[in-house]
Design a protein around this ligand. Structure first.
Ligand code: ADP
Length: 529
């Protein structure tokens, strides 16, 4: 999808136009209803960084996946087909590790993984697995071969009311499930609703999803995609937002499908925001869309979030029962407006509506739901588990230097072999140095002062050592890692996978420094040949 979510938008970005952050819709705005901002750390073009994965990706527990076709890319990830050893095909959302440069991005990715992993609903893209190699993090998902609702709208220009009734019911079922589990998706839009082979809707992309820890708690980060942003989100710090932003987005999607473009569409994103704040939209004249549809849209798109109908109330609206309701949508819909629906009787439609609701986990039959139904909880430890240090080389992270120095001083040595005290001390020292240096270097800035500060941390065992500096370096971190030479004569490489290899010409051992969850770092000495 071309639209990218906007995150943590600040005034500078709001006011910045044509600087590459904001994409304004061109003439073909109908085909691009989701032009969006990128938050600065997601904005960066990743194609250069996210190299095509190798033809076979091996997971830690030995499974092998064969990479297939390129499926598409967002601002954050590229998607590839992946086939497992039994021939089953998945979609692999691939995120370049090099793009996960700071704590915030890392936390976001881990939270996306945690939330998505815990989801189990027929209308939510299934999370299959998550693994990594040296360059990428892979999120393996159920494959949705029939693209998204946005692609459907692009081809069809307008989508018929019976089809929209069907899609809306499935989407509402999934959103009900999310909200019951205290998750707000915050980026519901046509491009994030995918189709399975049977044209069932599947909500995907949990990149902006958030957990509301207590019912009264609100969120304040301005995020979403311009056309779909609820007015209270634009209020930012003042108002805060919650579950109702997803309901607003449902109204926007319904409008877009029935009228061909989102209600607040404009060339200039600023104008979109102004229109949203003033609730300035209108139904195109001469449209055959029913009065009942407009009534529902109007009720959803209310500025005051508390006045919007709840998901259950939405399903009570006449619109769902005032016309044909199909029992299923087929792939014929991808090409043309399906014909047969007008022959459905009122009774048949009523039965279909009940059936589709049941399948989407709405109503009585929802008792048969599988998977977790309790609120999702994100614990601090979740964001530290999933091997984040190896997931993301800590030292490649540019900000939060204070924390990193703290981590450096908590280095704990666990030698593999005994009797190497002398070398260990040296290795220990050098590795500490290397860590500090790597951090500074990874910013591609040689800030000597900072390095000296890091090196001269009071520490009784190393006080006599003179600061070690980097004499040379070469940055191959977009490929393998960061290579450098220290003033001690040691040469080292910080590999993208997170470990450092150091070799001092005076010693026969090679020192390997690996990030480790318990002790911070593990240092081992390998006898070199
Ligand atoms: P981002 O978080 O960067 O926006 P998305 O999750 O939107 O990434 O994925 C980017 C693109 O990959 C989508 O626009 C779509 O073309 C494709 N894609 C994503 N998930 C799937 C899937 N489950 N099946 C098929 N294609 C997918």
């Amino acid at each position: 999808m071309s639209g990218k979510p906007l995150q943590a938008l600040n005034n500078v970005q709001i006011n910045a136009k044509n600087n590459g952050i904001i994409r304004t819709p061109g003439k073909a705005s109908i085909s691009k209803p989701e032009n969006a901002h990128h938050h600065h750390h997601r904005r960066q073009k990743l194609s250069a960084l996210c190299k095509t994965p190798p033809s076979v990706v091996r997971t830690r527990n030995g499974r092998g996946y064969h990479r297939g076709l390129f499926l598409g890319e967002g601002g954050f990830a590229r998607c590839f087909q992946m086939k497992d050893e039994t021939g089953k095909i998945f979609a692999a959302k691939t995120v370049a590790k090099a793009s996960i440069k700071n704590e915030k991005t890392k936390t976001k990715l881990l939270s996306e993984i945690k939330i998505h992993k815990s989801m189990s609903h027929p209308n939510i893209v299934k999370f299959v697995d998550c693994f990594e190699d040296d360059v990428n993090v892979y999120i393996l998902l159920e494959i949705c071969p029939n693209h998204s609702l946005m692609d459907l709208l692009k081809h069809r220009k307008l989508v018929s009311e019976p089809e929209v009734r069907f899609f809306m019911t499935q989407i509402i079922g999934a959103v009900k499930y999310l909200h019951r589990r205290m998750v707000v998706h915050r980026d519901l839009k046509l491009g994030n609703i995918f189709f399975d082979p049977d044209m069932n809707c599947k909500i995907g992309d949990f990149g902006l999803a958030t957990v509301i820890n207590s019912p009264s708690k609100r969120r304040y980060t301005i995020c979403g995609t311009p056309n779909y942003i609820a007015p209270e989100v634009l209020g930012g710090k003042k108002t805060g937002h919650s579950f109702e932003v997803d309901i607003w987005a449902i109204g926007i999607m319904m409008f877009a499908l029935l009228f061909g473009k989102p209600p607040f569409q404009a060339k200039d994103v600023q104008v979109i925001y102004e229109r949203i704040k003033r609730n300035e939209y209108s139904f195109p004249e001469n449209s055959p869309v029913s009065r009942e549809a407009k009534v529902l849209i109007q009720d959803i798109l209310q500025t005051d979030p508390t006045r919007r109908p709840t998901l259950d109330e939405i399903l009570q609206y006449d619109w769902f029962t005032c016309g044909p309701f199909p029992s299923a949508v087929t792939t014929e819909s991808l090409k043309r407006a399906p014909k047969g629906f007008s022959f459905l009787t009122k009774e048949e439609s009523r039965i279909n509506f009940e059936k589709v609701k049941g399948q989407a986990g709405i109503g009585r039959s929802s008792a048969r739901r599988t998977g977790p139904t309790t609120p999702v909880e994100i614990l601090k430890s979740d964001l530290q588990s999933e091997r984040p240090r190896t997931l993301l080389p800590h030292s490649l992270s540019p900000d939060n230097n204070k924390d990193k120095y703290r981590e450096v001083t908590s280095v704990n040595i666990k030698p593999y072999k005994r009797g190497l005290t002398m070398e260990l001390n040296r290795a220990n020292f050098e590795s500490r140095m290397a860590t500090v240096l790597n951090e500074a270097l990874s910013k591609s800035l040689m800030n000597m002062k900072q390095i000296e500060e890091g090196a001269s941390r009071p520490d009784p065992s190393y006080q006599d050592e003179s600061p070690v500096l980097v004499s040379k370096w070469v940055d191959y971190s977009n490929k393998h890692g960061f290579a450098y030479q220290l003033s001690t004569g040691s040469i080292g490489v910080l590999f993208n996978a997170g470990h450092t290899v150091l070799k001092n010409p005076d010693y026969s051992q090679i020192c390997v420094v690996e990030p480790e969850t318990v002790n911070g770092w593990k240092i081992s000495l390998i006898e070199s040949a």
